[in-house]
Structures are given as C-alpha cells and as structure tokens.
Design a protein around this ligand. Structure first.
Ligand SMILES: Nc1ncnc2c1ncn2[C@@H]1O[C@H](COP(=O)(O)OP(=O)(O)OP(=O)(O)O)[C@@H](O)[C@H]1O
Ligand SMILES: [Mg+2]
Length: 297
C-alpha cells in the first residue's frame, strides 16, 4: 500500500512517482486556487448573471493591479458557465463571453474579436457598423447572458473622441442585449467610465487588491504547498518563510505564484525537495517594484 504524504493533495502526490521533467511541467502549469476575495467576486458575478432582464442592467467593473489574478478570476467564472452545444438544441448557447480587448481602441477589431470567439466567419475589412450588427445578432442568437470585457482600459484609452465611441459602444451593447457588462481593468478604466454619468451610475466598482501578509495569505501559501509535488514538507506558513515570500512577491498573486514555482523547480532540480529561505535567496529574482524601476530608467 502506498502512503500518501500528508503535505500534498492526492492529485499532486501522484506526481512524485513521475520523472522529474513531468513533475516540473506540472509545477509550471496553471492551477486554480480559491481564495476569499476571489469567491466574493465570483459571487457578485453569479448574482449579476441571474439578474432579471431589463433595459437598465447593472454592470460591474473589476479593478486591480497588474498580475493580481483578475483574468484568471473571470476565466474561472466562464468555466463555471461553459457553452452548451449539445446536438438536441437548435443552436449552441453561450451564457458568458470573455473578450480581451486589443491594445488599440478600434471598434471594428473589438467586434472581430467577438465574432471570432463565436466562430463566425467575417470579412476583416467590413465596416464597423456592419460588424456591430452581426455581432449583436449573434450574441442574441446564442442566448448570451453576460459580456466580460478584459483589459477594458485599452478601449477607453486614446483621445476623448475615441473614449466617447467606446463608452457609447458599452452603453449600446448593454441596452440592446439587456445583459450585464463586466469590465476588467486598471483604475484608468474607472476614471474613463466616470466621465459618462449614465454609465458611471450603472457600473459598480469592485477592487481586487494586493494581498496583505495576514491569515488569508498564509492559507494561500498552505494551498500552494499542497499543490507543488515536492517530497518533503516546506512549511511555507512558518513566519520567516512566509515573510520572505511576501517581501519577494510584494503581495501580487502572480508574483507569489512565480516565486513558488521557481523555487519548487529549483527544489526538484537540486534534489533538496523542499523550499527554504536559502533556496528562495538563490533563485533568480527581482521584486516587481525594482523591475518597474529598471524599466523606467
Ligand atoms: N486563483 C489563482 N490561483 C492560482 N494562481 C493564480 C490565481 N490567480 C492568479 N494566479 C497567478 O497569477 C498570474 C496572473 O494572474 P492574471 O493573469 O489573472 O492577472 P491579471 O490581474 O489579469 O494581470 P494583468 O493586469 O497583467 O492582465 C496567473 O498567471 C497565475 O499564475
Ligand atoms: Mg489580465
């Protein structure tokens, strides 16, 4: 009988039997970890999805720093509400659509992205208003109940005139489809939406903030530890280790994940099989604020 190591979840423990290369690939692949703030926002999204249709739907703007789990959170929500294309239905239904906006605010490209997500052939050169018509028709046909626009600040960047166009696009889509629009982006997006009184009173803002070094953070570390298939327990929740990971990551979940993944890979490669402070000191790491400073000069 195999004894499961108690510091790992069963699925991760299985990887201890696999070759190192496979174990490293598993360490590096994305894994979803639930956390209280994330669950709260998922709850808000669920509430919005079930909101009765009206010509005045509430919208939500999820605002946060970069690399802090915004996209992963909305993608998780999409996975919870996958498209249904069982043959007994006439057409596929798509309850939630996640669109990532391009770095340039361009209406035609925005609709192209929607049409592509819905697998509709389209002429890239067609006028924006034709594409809008086609995209709206399709979103209705698939029974869309929520449109999530990630990197929404991209749409609301540029000149005031460009901003106006997209503020109107968002308003138009919400009114025509009678569905909630969820924007995901930086504080710039929030400022842009504030310039339109009609939109600003339809958008509730929720912030996905940086982590603080508290109980929730320790719980997150403990979950990461159960996920990373190392032979020995690292006890990441120990004060000194947790403080080191916190200082290195500066509280962004993407950075926490990156520090731990790098350290876990090093732990496998060196045969040390646990993460400790010495190992954390040895990995190639520049904290995010220093990285930004380097870019600024
Ligand atoms: N719930 C989670 N569980 C585990 N890892 C996570 C979770 N959320 C985020 N991460 C890690 O953080 C990284 C960054 O997350 P994500 O891409 O969602 O950030 P973001 O806020 O959308 O960043 P950006 O503003 O740059 O688009 C992910 O690639 C993943 O490694
Ligand atoms: Mg993102």
């Amino acid at each position: 009988m195999r004894v499961e190591p108690s510091h790992l979840r069963p699925e991760s423990a299985e990887y201890l039997e696999r070759p190192n290369a496979e174990r490293i690939r598993y360490i590096q692949s994305p894994h979803w970890i639930g956390y209280p703030r994330g669950k709260e926002i998922l709850g808000k999204l669920e509430e919005l999805l079930n909101y009765p249709k009206s010509h005045r739907m509430p919208n939500l703007l999820i605002v946060g720093d970069t690399n802090n789990g915004k996209s992963m959170l909305v993608q998780r929500f999409c996975q919870m509400h996958p498209p249904d294309d069982t043959p007994k239905r006439d057409a596929a239904t798509v309850p939630v659509l996640w669109v990532e906006s391009q770095p340039v605010p361009d209406e035609a490209r925005f609709y192209n992205a929607i049409l592509e997500l819905l697998f509709v052939p389209h002429k890239p050169t067609e006028r924006a208003d034709r594409k809008q018509f086609q995209a709206v028709k399709l979103m209705k046909a698939v029974g869309l109940r929520m449109l999530i626009i990630d990197e929404i600040h991209n749409l609301l960047a540029g000149s005031m005139a460009k901003q106006r166009i997209f503020l109107n696009v968002i308003k138009y889509l919400g009114n025509t489809l009678e569905i909630p629009i969820v924007g995901v982006g930086t504080r710039e997006a929030f400022r842009a939406i504030q310039t339109d009184p009609q939109l600003s009173n339809r958008f509730e803002q929720t912030v996905l903030g940086r982590w603080t070094n508290n109980e929730d953070f320790l719980r997150l570390l403990a979950t990461f530890e159960r996920l990373l298939p190392l032979r020995n327990a690292s006890n990441l929740v120990e004060n000194a280790l947790a403080d080191t990971v916190y200082a290195m990551s500066e509280g962004y979940i993407g950075e926490i994940s990156k520090v731990l993944v790098k350290a876990a890979v090093a732990a496998v490669e060196t045969g040390q099989e646990r993460i400790d402070r010495r190992l954390l000191g040895q990995i190639d790491w520049v904290p995010p604020s220093a990285r930004r400073r380097e870019l600024a000069v």
